[in-house]
Each structure stands twice: as C-alpha cells, then as structure tokens.
Write a protein that binds this ligand. Structure first.
Ligand SMILES: NC(=O)c1ccc[n+]([C@@H]2O[C@H](COP(=O)([O-])OP(=O)(O)OC[C@H]3O[C@@H](n4cnc5c(N)ncnc54)[C@H](O)[C@@H]3O)[C@@H](O)[C@H]2O)c1
Length: 245
C-alpha cells in the first residue's frame, strides 16, 4: 500500500496534520488543502525535505469555487485520486440565544457543505477504479453540551451524508465512511490532568495519531466490506452511562 494519491482537507494542523504525515510516511502522494497558508507551506517544506511527497493547496473548503480549483490542481498533476479525507472543520460553539444567520451559515458551510462538494469533485477522479472517502464527524453528532447546536447539526449531517454518499457511489466502487472522534488532544498532551484521562474507559485522552491510524485502516482496500458506517473512536466515552449521584 503505497503510491496512492490522497487528498486531506484541513491538513495543516491537529488531526489533519497527523493524517497527512501517516499517509506520506507509508509512501503515498499527499495533497492537502488548508486555509492556514503559513502552516501548510511549512508542513509541506518539512516533509518534502526529508523525502516525502506532499503538496499543499491554499484552499478554503467553505468556498465551492476554491474546492473546484483545488481538485483541478490535483487533476492537472495526477488525473486520479484514491483517497479523500474530509477533515477540515471549525469547533465553534455559540450561545443558542446569540447565534446569527451568518454564524450558522459559516459553521454549516465549513463543516458540512464542504464534505458534499469535496466528495463530488473527488468522486469524479475516483470513478472507474474506485476509492475511499473518509469524513470527520464527531461524537457530538450523538451527544451534546449546551450551546453546540450548529456544530452538532453539522456533524450529525456528516453522519447522514456519509451513508447517503455510500449508497450513491457504491456502483463506482467508492466506499464512504465517517469517523466520530471523541476528545482528541491537539495541544499540549502533557498538560492534561489525571481526571481527564481516567474518566475515559480507555484510561486516556485520544491523540491525533489514533484517528490517523483509523483513517489508514478504512482506506485499506482489504477492508472494502466496510462502507456507509460512522465509527466512534472515543476511548469508550459514548458508551459510558453518566448519572449524577
Ligand atoms: N480534536 C477533537 O477533539 C475533535 C473531536 C471530534 C471531531 N473533531 C473534528 O476533527 C477535525 C479536525 O479537528 P482538529 O481538532 O484537528 O482541529 P484544528 O483546528 O486543530 O485543525 C483544523 C484544520 O482545518 C483547517 N480549516 C478550518 N477551516 C477551514 C476551511 N474553511 N478551509 C480549509 N481549511 C480549514 C484549519 O486551518 C486547521 O488547519 C474537525 O472536523 C473537527 O470537528 C475533532
């Protein structure tokens, strides 16, 4: 498994950065989209300097025109695509009472509409030989804290969009799955408290590599009996019943 052409959105930081690294380390050619120009340019520079093959595209996935441009750039370079990871997202929580139509639109277009438009562009490049699309949902698709309406709706939308795409694209041998990460620490892991870890049935908070490894598993053609699923990678937190005593 190497030499595949991969596209990862939101690849400059956090979970996306780890996904870019893991696919690059196994020998794939990794295109990644991000609107963090500095972070994306720096990551491409670092990885390519040590022999990996990555290509940063300065693309805002909330813009349909920019998404089209990004996939045209991939088409110009490779005219094919094997794997798409729709990872870009904003975790913006806004008071139920203060949310404006602009706030709502920004969260939904960044987190959800982007998944539809990137998937359609990717499917054009995958048609004929098949491929794998992996969408980043969240355990917040299934459970909530207050004031998380737009984010939760966007992630619930991703879980539904995933099975819908899987059915439409099945005849093209394109599999579509989503991952619902729980708490994945993208900052200073060593600063976490003991209770942060021990409240998890897994006894630890998640790391970006946990999600990146699962992306590789879902993208592996040996696992081509899995499609249309949304799988939690959350250290067991959504299986834990919580009552206050
Ligand atoms: N970290 C967690 O605990 C967690 C839990 C559940 C789900 N998720 C999801 O995982 C994904 C990655 O999260 P993260 O924690 O690594 O976030 P992050 O903020 O560390 O990284 C997100 C990346 O996406 C990019 N991005 C944001 N909006 C963009 C846009 N419009 N166009 C292009 N790039 C854009 C950012 O610049 C950044 O590089 C998100 O979809 C998030 O909702 C994260």
């Amino acid at each position: 498994m190497s030499n595949r052409v991969v596209c990862i959105t939101g690849g400059a930081n956090g979970i996306g950065k780890s996904i870019v690294e893991q696919f690059a380390f196994q020998g794939d050619y990794v295109h990644f989209f991000d609107k963090d120009t500095e972070g994306g340019t720096e990551l491409q520079k670092q990885l390519n300097k040590i022999g990996y093959r990555t290509e940063f595209h300065d693309i805002d996935v909330a813009s349909f025109e920019e998404v089209k441009k990004g996939f045209q750039e991939i088409r110009n370079r490779h005219s094919t695509l094997d794997i798409l990871v729709n990872n870009a997202g904003i975790s913006t929580f806004i008071s139920f009472w203060e949310m404006t139509p602009e706030d709502w639109g920004k969260i939904l277009s960044t987190n959800l509409s982007s998944v539809f438009f990137c998937s359609r562009e990717a499917a054009e490049l995958m048609k004929g030989k098949g491929g794998s699309i992996i969408n980043m949902a969240s355990t917040r698709a299934q459970m909530s804290e207050p004031d998380t309406e737009a984010y939760s709706a966007s992630k619930g939308g991703i879980a539904s969009l995933t099975h819908s795409l899987a059915i439409t694209l099945g005849e093209y041998r394109i599999r579509v799955n989503s991952i619902s990460p729980g708490w994945i620490e993208t900052g200073d892991y060593s600063a976490l408290r003991e209770v942060d870890h021990t409240q998890h049935p897994s006894q630890r908070v998640g790391k970006p590599e946990d999600i990146a490894r699962f992306c590789r598993f879902l993208a592996d053609p040996h696992n081509d009996f899995i499609t249309g699923e949304n799988i939690s990678v959350d250290g067991g937190m959504t299986r834990k019943m919580i009552y206050e005593h």
